[in-house]
Design a protein around this ligand. Structure first.
Ligand code: ADP
Length: 390
């Protein structure tokens, strides 16, 4: 394998990994070590988790020393103002990432932990951080700025950063390639609907708006996150329910969204609950769809002219009912959706990219399987000078 990159996504209780051939785009192996540090778990910490990942690779017949490994790519959620390029990791950079943890307390500390362990266990290879915020670094000020006290915002670097950047970038590139058009000649909306969910508007290849903000909490309704919320709710809960700020944040991040409304965050099980007549599940779904349509309509207005809308990630790729309910009744806005195409499975052509709009629809609607690991792997190789960034 040429230009093999081990991509690591280190979370607080799980470590996902994938060994990617950056040239061919083929994933040689992938896995997820879960329940790190949880009671009764055999995986005590991130070092054990990574050692277990190496064991899983070895079981697949992969010897990391002999497989042409050129880099370890680390997914880092928050790059703050400073990091918007793939960045080789050294002690100085890691120190800066630690200081960014205040901006992303749930995500950056476990990523830094994963980086430290991986550098120790694989000392002879380049370690490179790729940031989820990077794609949105140049959001226009009108979209990036919160309407709050300007000095306060400057002092504390409060702005809209945007996340899922690797996915939004990859999907917009794949959509353009599928249509045989240059990305900078298309206006696109990307709907990334997984456990975390975000939408972006991309004009001529440049992101002009995105639904996530200072943190990944803003925007769409998600598996466990509320998305948009009147900021007044926070003060109200603090004052009247006597909840502390950590409690309120934990509630908004971990016990809200579809889970908070229906008691279930997984969309397949939510669907089964709706079918059995569960009114809470139905309401959770309706709130999810309503918010999604509001963002879609908003971005059609932000762009003025839209060429492509793409659905991606677990729900976006696999749940035809969500796509139907997001798109019906939008013919006057330029979206003519084809129910048969929507229900058809991918025929395996074009990396699974497929059209679900009618041939005469002014706006093309696509399903595009995302591949964040490949973006990270190729970014790593580009830093090493072996691959030009798209
Ligand atoms: P993550 O943000 O954890 O990467 P994913 O992109 O894997 O999330 O998306 C997870 C979500 O996708 C879950 O809610 C899951 O139920 C949903 N999902 C996956 N497959 C299907 C399917 N076939 N039908 C409906 N929903 C699905």
């Amino acid at each position: 394998m040429n230009n093999a990159v081990l991509v690591i996504n280190s979370g607080s209780s799980s470590l996902k990994f994938q060994l990617v051939d950056a040239d061919s785009g083929v994933a040689r192996a992938a896995g997820n070590v879960e329940r790190i540090g949880e009671p009764w778990s055999a995986v005590a910490d991130h070092e054990q988790a990574l050692r277990r990942a190496f064991d899983m690779l070895a079981t697949d017949g992969i010897d990391l020393q002999a497989c042409g490994l050129v880099a370890v790519g680390h997914r880092v959620v928050h790059g703050g103002m400073e990091f918007h390029q793939p960045t080789p990791l050294d002690d100085t950079v890691i120190g800066k990432l630690e200081r960014l943890s205040a901006l992303a307390p749930l995500h950056n500390p476990p990523a830094v932990l994963g980086i430290r362990v991986a550098r120790r266990l694989l000392p002879d290879v380049a370690h490179i951080a790729v940031f989820d915020t990077a794609f949105f670094h140049d959001l226009p000020p009108a979209a990036a700025t919160y309407a709050i006290d300007r000095e306060l915002a400057q002092t504390w670097r409060i702005r809209r950063y945007g996340f899922h950047g690797c996915s939004h970038r990859y999907v917009s590139e794949r959509a353009a390639a599928f249509l045989g058009r240059p990305r900078d000649g298309l206006n696109q909306i990307v709907l990334h609907l997984g456990n975390g969910a975000s939408a972006s508007a991309i004009a001529a290849g440049r992101p002009v708006d995105t639904s996530m903000g200072l943190t990944p909490l803003e925007g769409l309704v998600m598996g466990t996150r509320s998305g948009d919320l009147d900021p007044g709710v926070i003060g109200y809960l603090w004052r009247t329910a006597k909840m502390g700020v950590d409690d309120i944040e934990a509630m908004l991040n971990q016990r809200s969204g579809v889970l908070g409304l229906a008691g279930e965050r997984d969309f397949r099980r939510l669907r089964a609950m709706i079918e059995s007549g569960d009114p809470a599940a139905q309401l959770a779904y309706d709130v999810f769809i309503h918010r999604l349509r509001r963002y879609l309509g908003g971005y059609l207005a932000v762009l003025g002219h839209t060429d492509v809308v793409s659905f991606t990630a677990g729900i976006g790729e696999h749940d035809p009912a969500v796509r139907r309910d997001a798109l019906t009744g939008m013919a006057e806005l330029g979206i003519r959706f084809d129910e048969d195409r929507n229900l058809a499975a991918s025929d395996g052509e074009s990396d699974g990219v497929r059209r679900i709009s009618t041939d005469d629809s002014p706006i093309t609607v696509l399903v595009v399987p995302t591949n964040e690991e490949l973006v990270i792997a190729r970014d790593c190789v580009s830093v090493l000078g072996g691959y030009r960034r798209a």
